[in-house]
Design a protein around this ligand. Sequence first.
Ligand SMILES: Cc1ncc(COP(=O)(O)O)c(C=O)c1O
Length: 340
Amino acid sequence: MTTAIDWENLGFEYHKLPFRYISYYKNGKWDKGQLTEEATLHISESSPALHYGQQAFEGLKAYRTKDGSIQLFRPDRNAARLQATADRLLMPQVSTEQFIDAVKQVVKANENFVPPYGTGATLYLRPLLIGIGDIIGVKPAEEYIFTIFAMPVGNYFKGGLAPTNFIVSEEFDRAAPYGTGAAKVGGNYAGSLLPGKAAKSAGYSDVIYLDPATHTKIEEVGAANFFGITAENEFITPLSPSILPSITKYSLLQLAEERLGMTAIEDDVAVDELDKFVEAGACGTAAVISPIGGIQYKDKLHVFYSETEVGPVTRRLYDELVGIQFGDIEAPEGWIVKVD
Ligand SMILES: Cc1ncc(COP(=O)(O)O)c(C=O)c1O
């Protein structure tokens, strides 16, 4: 099949591919699931996912390597996070085996849409778990859909490896202290639309949220975790029960220490101590590593390395991570799963 896709200039947009995976949970168990060409879900108007947000999602990518093969980056971690989110929302878990098998099926079925090596683009996979059925009281569904669809994507933030600026929200929080911030649930993102829109209209890439209890510590970016680099060769990233445990962040903590010889630290990051960072960035599956040029906090724009150039440590971290993801650099044990 030929595709007329401009791989180098893809943004982060929905693109309807031929195949997706769907599995139904009924009578206490998942069916074996199958690929389908039907891209529209038909669900009850009273589905708990629609009314009470009983839904969860994930995001991971398939990468085309130099030899033309396709690989996944730590899909077991996405499966585990979806299981943790399912537990938090009283949804049935999807086993790691079913999750990875479904991801592979979707990638293989849409193989022509996995971008060529060297374009920087990837196939983004979106697993989705929703509570469905005829229920109107606030209680968990008895039936569920687990689906995975995919699309080729490029950069999430416009700059790519060029730094962009972010703004601290003083007015809105992303999550409650003991709420669902650590779970990948749609409600966290619905609440971020309003502050995100204001930030983007003012020319910033996204919002940086503070801890909801004290508004003194950096939590994370709207759709990515935060990290900072100090002059003492430290990689520091916030520790909080209300941020999403980013797979990219945990990978970077390990790579910073093992491959770059840095001291990797998860700890409180006080918003009034940004001076200690010589570089900063946002990290995530979609964001990859997006350098942060400056952070607007109150009436001051705090610039880290530069508003126009990526810093040297951020660049090294990026090269190591992306090199592993595309198969150019040897990965730590168990990080890469081949789609064969
Ligand atoms: C709020 C939020 N934080 C962090 C991340 C990064 O997580 P990961 O590295 O697992 O993609 C994401 C994206 O998934 C996110 O939406």
